[in-house]
Design a protein around this ligand. Sequence first.
Ligand code: DC
Length: 235
Amino acid sequence: MKMDKKLIIAIDGYSSSGKSTFARSIARELNYIYIDSGAMYRAVTLYCIRKGYVTEDRIDTASITEDLGNIHISFCYNPDTGEFETYLNSENVEKEIRGIKVSAHVSRISMIPEVRARMVELQRQIGVYKGIVMDGRDIGTVVFPDADIKIFMTASVDVRAKRRYEELKSKKIDADYEEVKRNIITRDITDENRDISPLRKADDAILLDNTRMTIEDQMKWIRDIIGKKLNENRN
Ligand code: DC
């Protein structure tokens, strides 16, 4: 029997454009692994905050680079929530990495070339067996330039701020709407303008603006694209 060839699906886009909800739903439907690459940058950032390598006005790049080998990130399935959760050196940090403190520093940490090189290496290792949906900022451009399907997501700033605010509230994390919105705008600017792997749509990525789309609308839209790709691979 001829088996379906498994795909690598890369989902990039702006902060809070709904990447993880979308990527997770696709992975669930195809029975693929979902990897949240942003969680990896967030976990490194949490480590750096705890170690005092990053403060409001200073970032100790030399110490971060030197310490990278001691930062181990993994994802473990939580049967209670049905989700993969992020672990930093064997500690479950899923909740802490979503807080405003990590959000405030993560763009600066993810600008460090050595941090990016290490994360890309780990992400490629995870992708080696295919059957994976990974979301982030540089998945289609840098991590998996040969991905079978590349999607680039966006939505209006207000819709994105509202989504992030609701997400934080639902996780019982303290949040102020205006602060969340400011953080999103600042991160857009930093992510788009950094020297290494800036946020940009890959030439062969399909643009998805979901400002006025529900997750069901988005799933309907992608099913067609996935079906065509699986058919192509079968022939
Ligand atoms: O997707 P997120 O908002 O949780 O990502 C957190 C930060 O990590 C984001 O500001 C940029 C950075 N990031 C990155 O530089 N490259 C990725 N592939 C994923 C995230």
